[in-house]
Design a protein. Structure first.
Length: 325
């Protein structure tokens, strides 16, 4: 072997070592606090049909997100707005958001007030989550709590919700476990509305478009496109199939505990199963849900199904990092 060969190898390795060393000392991107408004209704004592899985959705997601945020060394501020097995039209319990008490009864007024107060305290580096488990309409609405006994239903346009959230600083993700929840997903220069009316030609033209990709102001992750969504039983209680799989992707214990036996420490929740390397992203959660949910995402000629549920997201080629570990 030539005596000069080891020197040559060393010279070739030096740039690699230098660049690798620099990479090891790169600063992590600034990541702020996590704020979550979590809404769920079971519609007991209302004109709407009861949903048994919505309250477990919110309660367990609250704990799972608390645990994931803690593992990522960030602060979690969660606000639950639940209508559970009651026929009252207000609540004596409040959340302190930005120094203002907001009733935790999930009416439109209270939800909008919570979002408005959130806008006074969040920063660009914060992560803002909005989750909803409840009824959804084919007209792009969700069903919030009535204000008085004369209201048979109090529907709210999801597009209005997105407009309200756009005033809040930070990265925003809206998670909807409801029927027809993919209908309000807006089109952008990097993604089409994801309902099935778009033809394959539309998708092809969008993919090969010369326009610059843009990151959506608000990311969405929804249980279904333009179809109904479904609940499923697990460990003596129910969840939306979408949320049950989302919980698994976030690291919820297996076998799944009941509500009364929720984990008592964040260590009971494992590292997220939906991790992509060392990060958890909207796309990694979406992919996990699509691959692991119980209901099929489509009906085929060889496997005809009536009840299908295709989760949806926006963003096109763009993705949003939620947590780094």
């Amino acid at each position: 072997m030539s005596r000069h060969l080891p020197k040559l190898i060393l010279l070739l390795l030096i740039p690699t070592l230098v660049f690798s060393s620099c990479e090891l000392f790169w600063e992590k991107p600034m990541e702020g606090d996590v704020y979550a408004i979590m809404v769920a209704l079971d519609y007991e004592n209302s004109s709407q049909s009861d949903l048994a899985g919505t309250i477990p959705d919110a309660e367990e997601l609250f704990f799972a997100l608390t645990a994931v945020t803690s593992k990522a060394d960030r602060a979690f501020h969660g606000y639950k707005f639940l209508q559970e097995d009651k026929d009252i039209y207000s609540s004596s319990t409040t959340h302190d958001i930005g120094g203002t008490p907001i009733s935790d009864y999930p009416s439109i007024t209270n939800i909008e007030n919570a979002i408005a107060q959130l806008a006074t305290i969040t920063k660009d580096e914060d992560l803002i989550l909005f989750t909803y488990s409840g009824h959804g309409g084919a007209d792009g609405t969700i069903a919030l709590a009535p204000m008085n006994s004369g209201d048979t239903a109090y529907t709210y346009l999801t597009t209005t919700l997105l407009t309200r959230l756009s005033a809040v600083k930070g990265k925003k993700l809206v998670i909807l476990d409801s029927c027809y929840s993919g209908i309000p997903i807006p089109e952008s220069s990097s993604s089409l509305s994801l309902v099935y009316e778009n033809s394959i030609n539309d998708w092809f033209n969008q993919y090969w478009s010369s326009e610059d990709y843009t990151i959506p102001d608000i990311f969405l992750l929804t249980a279904a496109a333009d179809t109904e969504s479904w609940e499923i039983s697990v460990a003596g209680h129910k969840h939306g199939d979408f949320t049950l799989t989302l919980l698994e992707g976030l690291g919820w214990p297996d076998p799944h505990p009941t509500i009364s036996a929720n984990p008592t420490t964040v260590d009971a929740v494992s590292q997220p199963r939906a991790l992509k390397g060392s990060v958890l992203t909207v796309d990694s959660l979406y992919s996990y849900i699509k691959d692991h949910q119980t209901y099929p995402i489509r009906s085929t000629l060889f496997w005809p199904r009536t009840n299908v549920q295709h989760p949806m997201t926006n963003g096109g080629a763009m993705d949003m990092i939620l947590f780094r570990f």
